[in-house]
Design a protein around this ligand. Structure first.
Ligand code: FAD
Ligand code: NAP
Ligand code: SF4
Length: 684
């Protein structure tokens, strides 16, 4: 028995098979599912995670038929040739000692394709297509297809299937009145509406026999108007157990819900109490989920008797060795998922292959291979921001002798300011991870050392990697030197006092983050601490007892201590460049704290009266002039590369590499910085 995580690492007996621990790697669509020629990449991706010790894994969603596809040509399990191909995946996983289930996901009206079907003819807000209502026979055909897909999964060598019954997909659409307007035996009363999932599970069990895992992902909290009530969910769960499910997994929130469920500002384990409330209603194992990203959190939840298993999806993208490190009491070496969604879910929604901001090898295991270097070189890395940290640790892992120079007294570069933003406390973890890697790999870290080209030349390095980052842009506005004007570093680095009314120039990621920072009352919610689950539920309108349709309640946002104007020159939606799956959360959060968002702004002048602006329409014509009577104007107007050192080194003839913001500041984010640092060092 593991002394630190006795509950998390305890085996789970399913009767006909045993899982080696309580960690389930939850389903994630990676994009590798969709094309048969990626099958070996897909197999390696899962094999690495099986080698890392995870108890049970679930693939991304596979539709049982064409109508249920997420998009044209998206992952489908509907013929034996496809199933045969999947033996590469199951074979690799089993060889590595793991177990894996195929997720059966029928998108229903969430499909981004014209053939979509649902309980009724409705259109979802996240697809341009309207679903066709199924006839009674049509419903039967969908069930048959689920059963065939499950049989094919067994033929492919999977240990089981997960039936996706949550997140607002097809099955969920039958369960809720908001999307099920039928009058036949599949609609009307709740008994009729829940017939579909119960029949799917019952008939799959009949077809596959007793020794095959069936996980049912139960929507325990719909978080939409017209969602299920708690009593209905319990009734369904019990019927699913009777129908033959092996495990019930928790599903939280429809995709169209206006309550965030997995972004970084959701407190850790924020939905574990939903599963806890369900605990005891069924006898089969219950798995909890959402924003569990450390072994400590998983252990705490299981030790408190809230669930039998924990599902972690993105944390296993971020670190394939998560479980192994926990087993070996090396949790401080885990590369923690910071729940940013930037390289995983945002990619999935853009039909790009998923990866991970903190681990660019994720889903690229066969391409970004870190071999031992044939010759150990002397490598200098200048700048310990995300790019430099990734380069230094990757180079050291490969056997190079690395010196990392940092001008500041701490590592992290701009991540040190990101982690101060309320709701982004997870960013501390990335710095903890790199700090530990630097110790383990013997990187010679020289803090408080602003190096110049002379120093680099005299130390005789074979390679010099310049990762000196960016400097904030100072826009040419009349009065830019006025004492009211502050840069974002004045606020986040130098802690300069900020008045009660503030104009933020620039509505990119940093403008939004600075506004979030300035609208928080740090006396109520101390810096560096995640908000409590109770406070977060009140902020976003989640019923603390999870009662009522959808488990929703009236929102009670906290008041901002300041009046904020957040501005951009573009006339399009404010914050349009933010992440696809997180931008709406940032906008919504600020809107509820009365931040005034202004677009089409021309900044005319800053003086004692405040900021003078002209608001233009989309053709650039002046529509209105305003004077914002503010105490301070905070500049968040983008950044420029800081790379003088590189130019000097190149001139001196040394072998130099330029990465991160120092390379290209435009559209730079940590995803690119870390990937570029890793890739450069992988080739040294
Ligand atoms: P930097 O982080 O700028 O690091 C450069 C380092 O080089 C610094 O530590 C500097 O001190 C050091 N240095 C410079 N010159 C020398 C020298 N001569 N000698 C020694 N050391 C030197 N990105 C995201 O992807 N997602 C986010 O959610 C996100 N949020 C953010 C929030 C805020 C408030 C801020 C400010 C940034 C955020 N970013 C985010 C951006 C992200 O932090 C940057 O893209 C990333 O830090 C760039 O990495 P870098 O290593 O290229 O540069
Ligand atoms: P950014 O996203 O490029 O935004 C810069 C903002 O400044 C824009 O709103 C731009 O809009 C404005 N601007 C540009 N030039 C200007 C000028 N000369 N005068 C006035 N305004 C000007 O850059 P950032 O906010 O500095 O963020 C840096 C990087 O960090 C970004 O790439 C971002 O992805 C990343 N980041 C991400 C997050 C996240 O949550 N994912 C959070 C923070 C940072 P207009 O041109 O319309 O005025
Ligand atoms: Fe987690 Fe961000 Fe990586 Fe996705 S990209 S797995 S959210 S750290």
């Amino acid at each position: 028995m593991n002394a630190t995580y006795p509950n998390l690492l305890k085996p789970l007996d399913l009767g006909f098979t045993e899982l080696k621990n309580r960690v389930l790697m939850g389903s994630m669509h990676t994009g590798l599912e969709d094309r048969f020629w990626n099958i070996h990449k897909f197999a390696r991706y899962f094999a690495e995670r099986a080698e890392g010790g995870v108890g049970l894994m679930v693939t991304g969603g596979y539709s049982p038929n064409l109508a249920g596809q997420l998009a044209p040509l998206a992952s489908t399990m509907n013929n034996r040739a496809t199933a045969l191909l999947h033996r590469h995946v199951t074979g690799a996983v089993h060889e590595a000692g793991g177990k894996i289930c195929l997720q059966l996901l029928h998108a229903g009206r969430y499909g981004y394709q014209p053939l979509i079907v649902s309980a009724s003819a409705t259109k979802s807000p996240i697809s341009p297509f309207k679903a066709r209502a199924l006839s009674s026979k049509g419903v039967e055909r969908q069930i048959d297809d689920f059963v065939s897909a499950a049989k094919l999964a067994r033929f492919a060598g999977y240990d089981g299937v997960e039936v996706m019954g949550s997140e607002g997909y097809f099955i969920n659409q039958f369960l809720c009145e908001r999307t099920n307007k039928r009058t036949d035996k599949w609609g009307g009363s709740y008994e009729n509406r829940m017939r579909l999932p119960v029949e799917i599970v019952r008939r799959i069990r009949e077809a596959v026999g007793p020794e095959f895992i069936i996980i049912y992902r139960l929507s325990m909290l719909d978080l939409v108007e017209g969602g299920q009530t708690w009593d209905q969910i319990v009734t369904l769960g019990k019927a699913i157990e009777q129908a033959g499910a092996t495990i019930i997994n928790t599903g939280i929130g429809w995709h169209e819900a206006r309550v965030p469920t997995i972004v970084t500002s959701v407190p850790r384990g924020g939905f574990a109490d939903v599963t806890a409330k369900f605990y005891g209603e069924v006898e089969i194992p219950l798995c909890t989920t959402n924003r569990i990203n450390t072994p400590e959190k998983g252990e705490e939840i299981l030790a408190a008797g809230k669930a039998d298993m924990v599902s972690m999806a993105r944390p296993l993208l971020a670190d394939s060795e998560f479980v192994r490190k926990a087993e070996q009491n090396r949790a401080d070496e885990i590369n923690t998922c910071i729940a940013c969604n930037q390289a995983c879910l945002d990619h999935a929604f853009q039909a790009k292959r998923a990866s991970c901001l903190v681990n660019p090898r994720a889903c690229h295991e066969t391409e970004l291979v870190l071999t031992v270097a044939p010759v150990a070189r002397r490598v200098a890395v200048v700048g310990a921001g995300p790019a430099g940290l990734a380069a230094a640790t990757t180079a050291a892992k490969r056997g190079h002798k690395v010196t990392l120079f940092e001008a500041d007294d701490q590592i992290g570069g701009q991540f040190n300011y990101a982690k101060r933003i309320p709701g982004k406390e997870e960013f501390y973890e990335t710095l903890r991870y790199f700090k530990r890697q630097i110790e383990l790999l013997g990187v010679d870290l020289q803090l408080n050392t602003r190096v110049d080209s002379n120093r680099l030349a005299s130390d005789g390095f074979d390679d010099v990697i310049i990762a000196t980052g960016v400097k904030p842009r100072t826009p040419a506005i009349e009065g830019i030197d006025h004492p009211k004007v502050l840069g974002y570093l004045d606020v986040l680095r130098h802690n300069k006092p900020v008045g009660k009314s503030v104009a933020v120039i620039g509505a990119g990621g940093i403008g939004f983050d600075v506004s979030e920072f300035l609208t928080h009352d740090f006396e109520q919610h101390p810096e560096g601490e995640q908000v409590s689950v109770q406070a977060w539920q009140a902020e976003w309108g989640v019923n603390p007892d999870y009662e009522g349709p959808g488990g929703l309640a009236e929102r009670q946002p906290t008041a901002s201590p300041r009046k904020i104007y957040l501005m951009q020159r573009k006339t399009g939606k404010v914050g349009a460049g933010l992440g696809k799956t997180s931008g709406w959360v940032h906008r919504n959060s600020l809107k509820h704290r009365d931040v005034e968002m202004l677009r089409g702004c021309r900044y005319d002048r800053i003086d004692d009266d405040g900021l003078h602006i002209t608001i233009t329409d989309k053709d650039g014509k002046a529509a209105e002039t305003r004077v914002l009577d503010v105490d301070h104007v905070v500049l968040c107007a983008g950044q420029e590369p800081f790379r003088e050192l590189y130019d000097q080194i190149v001139d001196s003839g040394a072998r130099a590499h330029l990465i991160g913001g120092a390379d290209v500041a435009e559209e730079l984010d940590a995803k690119r910085a870390i990937r570029q640092g890793t890739e450069v060092a992988a080739k040294l």
